[in-house]
Design a protein around this ligand. Sequence first.
Ligand SMILES: C[S@@+](CC[C@H](N)C(=O)[O-])C[C@H]1O[C@@H](n2cnc3c(N)ncnc32)[C@H](O)[C@@H]1O
Length: 333
Amino acid sequence: MTRSEHTYPGDVRELYERFPYPLPTSAAEPIFDTAIGVDLAFHDLDGRRVLDAGCGTGHRLVALALQFPDTSFLGLDFSSRSISVAEELAGRYGCANVEFVRAEIGGTPLGRRFDVITSTGVIHHLPDPAAGVTWLAGHLEPDGAMYTWFYHLYGEYDRLLERRLIRLLADTDGDVGRLLGDLKLSLSMVRYGSDTSHSAVDDEAHLAATADAYLHPIVNAYEFDAVPGLFAEQFPWAVVTGVNWPDGSGTINVADWSDTGFGVITAERLFAEPGTRAAFLALDPRAQLHCLELALRPTGFSVVCGRGASLGWCTTRIQQSVALANLCRRGGA
Ligand SMILES: C[S@@+](CC[C@H](N)C(=O)[O-])C[C@H]1O[C@@H](n2cnc3c(N)ncnc32)[C@H](O)[C@@H]1O
């Protein structure tokens, strides 16, 4: 950290101008975790328009653009430095299907609508997350869907307390670089999944991740139960599709807890003992999801939501999940 970077960032934009995320250099490889999640959620994305709201340095957006060459993408961010890295990265990979705009979520509307909005690690940093969702929903076609990712409260609890401690100490000691060192706070690069999602990690990239984790002016973390409060006003359905934990991640198939497909979380993985597993399997799907978050204490989770005819171009797993465990439906499943 250079001398000028030692102070606590005044606001969210300043944080990302100083510490572009997820990787401050266009020399690093794209990160495919979101592209995989989107692929597992939607089929038939060819010809559709996707807004990546809060694209940061574009490592996840460029992976999306590479995975879906016949889909057009617009990356939006209010950090000029992040957008510059993202533009370089998209150029490096020859992505003709990506454009960028420097704009603010919650600011002047773009005057364009999209079929899908992806927004990973962004809404929980907004001053009013539900208002942010409303702003985003205003940029979605009536038959549109969203793919989002959030911090989970249970797995993030310790980190959020450490972040609060730094904030308090920074009131009387402006040298946050030294405070981070004294408190031995440094984010593990596998906190939200395996290291395959963070290639080419050098000191600068690690510092950006640590600043994002401990020096962020606004952080919210959620239980699955918070999903209706974020989405139900705008969307008739929303489902939790996957979770992350240190050095791992998994997808959720509420229709079949014995699904042994790659990366799917089975009932056996959650509860090794047959009696406990039987008790889990006897619960209704929304209670099963709550068991899952209590047992795994994830650090993050992904949510897919939608309206109109969008469910028709979601995968069978999402359709079944909506039928069984729609978090926007009042009164259980
Ligand atoms: C944690 S990073 C996530 C980057 C990327 N989505 C990813 O998952 O790798 C959050 C990004 O959201 C952007 N951001 C936060 N609030 C914003 C707002 N109100 N308008 C536009 N961008 C915003 C930040 O500049 C930052 O690049």
